[in-house]
Design a protein around this ligand. Structure first.
Ligand SMILES: [Ca+2]
Ligand SMILES: [Ca+2]
Length: 107
């Protein structure tokens, strides 16, 4: 009987010890690879103008962290500042290499 009570108390203490989700989420280092994959919705390795337009909310040919957060997380800014400019040598879409070259982390 006594040990049962002790087990119950220990259980309650352990529940307390587990943080109930940190209130302030730390800023995340956004992963360019993840952004590329998300842009490339049909997974052909090229971000077409249509795929790009889905993220580029203000249509200025640049995707910023705000636009990314809105697309990916829907609310509150979680990503460190960055921008990616649309650049395509052949004008038919941006491949992975072009994307990585045009990804800029802002301070
Ligand atoms: Ca694509
Ligand atoms: Ca934009």
């Amino acid at each position: 009987m006594k040990s049962k009570l002790l087990t119950a108390i220990c259980g309650i203490i352990m529940l307390w010890a587990v943080p109930a989700g940190s209130a302030e989420a730390p800023e995340q280092e956004c992963n360019p690879e993840e952004i590329f994959q998300s842009c490339d919705t049909n997974k052909d390795g090229i971000i077409s103008l249509d795929e790009w337009a889905a993220l580029d909310a203000d249509k200025n040919k640049t995707i910023t962290n705000e636009e990314w957060d809105k697309y990916r997380y829907k609310s509150e800014n979680k990503t460190k500042a960055f921008q990616v400019k649309f650049f395509s040598v052949y004008g038919n879409g941006m491949n992975r290499e072009e994307f990585m070259q045009n990804f800029k982390r802002l301070r």
